[in-house]
Structures are given as structure tokens and as C-alpha cells.
Design a protein. Structure first.
Length: 328
């Protein structure tokens, strides 16, 4: 390659399975981690540098290095995008991508209109949580519904905090040019769970309904395309508007084991990030950190719920739960 881009990654660094032909002569910086000036070095003894941005404008090239005329510095563009650089040689030059992502956690109102696959998400969550009665997962925040899972012989009232995590990638059309996957990763950072009966006594485990959770535990939604393809939900693809969406509903369940007056205090904290490329494990966090795959700043959010079973019945469908709290 005639031009070396100091400090940049190649797309095969991020996604080793990428074809050698795909992404050739292309380099990557996370925009907010990129240096203000990128050092370029030509193999030519007398390079004739030119550079233009994805908007078609001339990019800012500083004067060549006085001690080494084969080196020049490129100013980071004012916005995410790409810069095409040539040294005047016979090659096609290099394209340097400056990409960034942001995350917004939404735990009230309704899901956004960003996801054209929302109907598939609704169907997936209905199956995942055994929701009965056509429960609307598009309503964000504290929520409860009857949940039936034949496989686990579970029947009760599930409650939780429904949340949408909206990732926005710039430039929005990045994947039209570079076919590399992007995902969201989530892990638990704090857990405070407790339960008591109407007399204030601690509940037995059979009456808490809490799933095992511990700080540091990976909680990432399905991200392998071979797992998600039949559902069309978590595929690693951006929407046409450059968004990548994730959904979660942390919470617990009341069953026929519970008595009226039982109270659950559910407090779980999370951190979330958009990442680019591929990992070799179902837990992506070690490689996100060791290989520098994070594309967005880490965002922290939490679910704080108080759920009280106010009445029981001969069947779980007649149970009533008073649920309060915050999500986001």
C-alpha cells in the first residue's frame, strides 16, 4: 500500500472474517477518539497530496513534515464521514473513515418510529416473556402482564421496566459502503433485590421471582446473525436512517407461590455501548475493551421498581399487582 495511516485500524482488524478485497485501502477511526491531526506517510519520494471529504469538499492538509517530505498531517474533519486521500501515485489512494455513535435510553412514552422491524420485535418479546392477552411492548416504562411459559411450567404476573435503547451512527449510510456489523452490548453493573411479606418478613426464594444477576454479568441481547435471522430482530444491520435499536424489560414475576401483601424491591443498574465488528464469544465485553471495538461512549441506566401483590386468586390471571418506579 502506497500510503500508511498512522494510528488507524483496518476493517479486518475489527471484523477478521471480512474478505481481503472488501475494505481494502480503507481505514477506520472512532470519531471522538481520533487525533486532531492524522499522520499520513507515502511510499513515494515526491508525493503530491490531495484530499477530499465525503461532502465533496477539499480536506485540510497541513504542510508536509519538514524533516520527512513523505509525511503530511490531515486535520480531522469537522463532522463524521470519510476523507479520500491520494499521494499522486498510480494507486487509488486511501479512504479514511471517521465514524461515531451515540446512545439514548428511553423508558417512558412509546417506542420510536426508527425500527421498521418493530412487529418482529413485538412477536419476539411476546414469545420471550410468554406474554398473554396481546400485551403491548411498545409502551415503555413500568409494565406488568400475565406470563405463561409451558417449557418452564411458569404461570404468573410478570412485571418489569420496558426500555428502548436507540443507537444513532454517523455517517448514517456507513454500511452501504462498508459491510461490517454493528451491535449493542449490555452488562449489569449493580444489583439490589429484596422481598418481604405483609408482615415485613424476608420472602423465601420461591416467592421472590428474581433471576440470578450479578455485577459484571453480560446481558447483551442476541447478536449472532445466525441466531437472530429467523426473527429479523438483532442482525447487526443499521436502519436506513443509521439507527441500531435494542430493547429490554428487566424485572421479575409473582406466581401462585406468592401471597397478598408480598413486596418485591427490584433495583438493577446497567451499562450499554454500541460496538463495531465481530467477537469470538457470546460475551462481547472482553473483546470490546481489549480490541477497542466500542463505537459510542458507554451509557449507564437503571430500573428501580417496587411491586406489591395486592390480591391473589385461584388462577394467576386474577392476580393484581401495584407497580411503581422509574426506568432509564
Amino acid at each position: 500500500m502506497s500510503i500508511q495511516v498512522h494510528g488507524a485500524k483496518t476493517f479486518r482488524d475489527l471484523h477478521p472474517g471480512l474478505s481481503p478485497q472488501h475494505g481494502a485501502n480503507e481505514f477506520y477511526f472512532r470519531y471522538d477518539w481520533a487525533p486532531q491531526q492524522v499522520l499520513l506517510e507515502s511510499a513515494s519520494g515526491t508525493p503530491r497530496w490531495t484530499a477530499r471529504t465525503s461532502a465533496g469538499d477539499a480536506a485540510s492538509l497541513l504542510s508536509p513534515d519538514s524533516g520527512n517530505p513523505r509525511r503530511i498531517r490531515l486535520a480531522r474533519p469537522p463532522q463524521p464521514g470519510w476523507v479520500q486521500v491520494s499521494d499522486g501515485g498510480s494507486g487509488q489512494g486511501v479512504r479514511i473513515w471517521f465514524v461515531r455513535a451515540t446512545l439514548q435510553v428511553v423508558g417512558r412514552g412509546r417506542v420510536s418510529s426508527h425500527n421498521p422491524r418493530w412487529s418482529a420485535v413485538q412477536a419476539y418479546l411476546t414469545t420471550q416473556y410468554g406474554a398473554q392477552g396481546g400485551h403491548d411492548f411498545g409502551r415503555l416504562g413500568p409494565t406488568s402482564f400475565r406470563s405463561v411459559h409451558a417449557a418452564t411450567d411458569t404461570d404468573g404476573i410478570r412485571y418489569g421496566g420496558m426500555v428502548e435503547i436507540i443507537g444513532a451512527v454517523e455517517p448514517a449510510d456507513f454500511q452501504r459502503h462498508v459491510r461490517i456489523p454493528m451491535f449493542q452490548a449490555r452488562r449489569i453493573t449493580g444489583v439490589r433485590l429484596s422481598g418481604r411479606d405483609a408482615q415485613g418478613r424476608p420472602l423465601l426464594p420461591s416467592r421472590t421471582g428474581f433471576s440470578a444477576a450479578r455485577p459484571g454479568q453480560n446481558d447483551t441481547s442476541l447478536f449472532r446473525p445466525q441466531d437472530a435471522a429467523p426473527l429479523g430482530v438483532f442482525t447487526g444491520e443499521l436502519t436506513a436512517t443509521g439507527h441500531i435499536l435494542d430493547y429490554d424489560m428487566p424485572g421479575a414475576i409473582f406466581t401462585s407461590e406468592n401471597w397478598a401483601g408480598d413486596v418485591h424491591e427490584y433495583n438493577v443498574e446497567f451499562e450499554q455501548v454500541v460496538w463495531i465488528g465481530s467477537c469470538s464469544s457470546m460475551d462481547p465485553w472482553p473483546e470490546i475493551e481489549s480490541r477497542g471495538l466500542a463505537l459510542s461512549p458507554v451509557v449507564r441506566w437503571a430500573v428501580h421498581l417496587r411491586a406489591e401483590l395486592t390480591s391473589t386468586a385461584t388462577s394467576p390471571g386474577g392476580m393484581r399487582v401495584n407497580l411503581t418506579g422509574t426506568v432509564g
